[in-house]
Design a protein around this ligand. Structure first.
Ligand code: GDP
Length: 297
């Protein structure tokens, strides 16, 4: 929690300070409620979610006669945690032999980096990991994944530049099966110009991977700094593949950590991990209570 607090300090400043000053006022009149709404919307919580959260908060404040800033903060925190559905299972499914995780998302969202970071966590847990470089579209992607593999001690399977992504994915999982690796992580390309092309490519990758067995997780990587727009783009991926979890990256670089609430609400998929920097250890499991606490400040 301490670590998360430090890392989210930028979110905390913007989201927390204005909010706490409003909560500390003598009277919570309509203007004050509007300011609370504005600060939530400003933190990218989203208009709809904000309306519901503030509506429920007002109701509770009325019913309970809550007054002190500490009580108000606690009620707001509870509403935000509730909006994130704290009962959801956010663990990574890594039961298969090998477990197969596909990583999808828009180019630049942090897929390759996230593959490296996940490998790091799994290897530290005693798993063996193989990275499959099925992002054959971007010239440097395979190179970058290979660098990550070296850095964290994973194996890597890559094809020539411009190779068929599905064939690289197939080879990667096949090698994982043949060599008895615990987990295969498949990095994919995220060209968004053409939804049909993307759909064809990702479903083909998934299909060939499934020749070896089921895909355990399909993780959608989403750049938190792209806000509501990024969210719309991300939705396309959920229409194309069966996404089982979201990794929200670059939370270290945004004052708009409320996007987590919008993401989970709009996509209906649990945020499982958050990216907090470019280094190998800058990945954390997403925990709603700790996150909201850091956010509210
Ligand atoms: P891809 O095209 O989706 O594979 O994206 P990359 O993994 O190449 O990442 C794009 C850029 O975002 C790189 O410069 C990464 O170092 C950076 N990046 C990825 N995740 C994070 C994060 O959590 N925080 C920050 N600050 N940068 C990140």
């Amino acid at each position: 929690l301490v670590r998360l607090r430090g890392r989210l300090s930028r979110s905390q400043n913007v989201f927390g300070k204005s909010l706490l000053s409003v909560l500390s006022r003598d009277r919570l009149d309509d203007d004050a409620w509007e300011e609370i709404e504005d600060s939530l919307i400003g933190a990218d919580v989203g208009v709809e979610a904000t309306g519901e959260i503030v509506g429920r908060l007002r109701e509770r404040v009325k019913v309970l006669g809550t007054r002190t800033p500490t009580e108000l903060r606690a009620l707001l925190t509870a509403e935000l945690v509730e909006a994130l559905d704290p009962t959801l299972d956010r663990s990574l499914k890594v039961g298969g032999k090998p477990s197969v995780l596909m990583v999808v998302g828009v180019n630049g969202s942090g897929k390759t980096t996230t593959c490296g970071k996940i490998a790091r966590v799994l290897i530290a847990d005693g798993h063996s990991v193989l990275l499959g470089a099925a992002d054959t579209f971007r010239a440097a992607a395979a190179e970058q994944l290979a660098t990550w593999a070296g850095r964290v001690g994973a194996e890597v399977v890559r094809g020539p530049e411009g190779a068929d992504p599905a064939s690289v994915a197939f080879d990667a999982v096949k090698k994982g099966v043949d060599t008895g690796v615990d987990t295969v992580l498949v990095d994919t390309a995220g060209r968004l110009q053409n939804k049909v092309g993307l759909m064809d490519e990702l479903s083909k990758v998934k299909r060939v991977v499934e020749k070896h067995g089921p895909v355990d997780e399909t993780l959608l990587v989403l750049d938190a700094t792209t806000g509501q727009n990024g969210l719309e783009q991300a939705r396309v991926f959920t229409e194309v593949v069966d996404v089982t979890g979201v990794v929200l990256t670059k939370l270290d670089g945004t004052a708009k950590g409320g996007i987590v609430i919008a993401v989970q609400r709009k996509l209906g998929i649990p945020v499982k991990l958050v990216g907090l920097g470019e280094g190998p250890d800058d990945l954390a499991p997403f925990e709603p209570a700790a996150f909201v606490d850091a956010l509210v400040g």
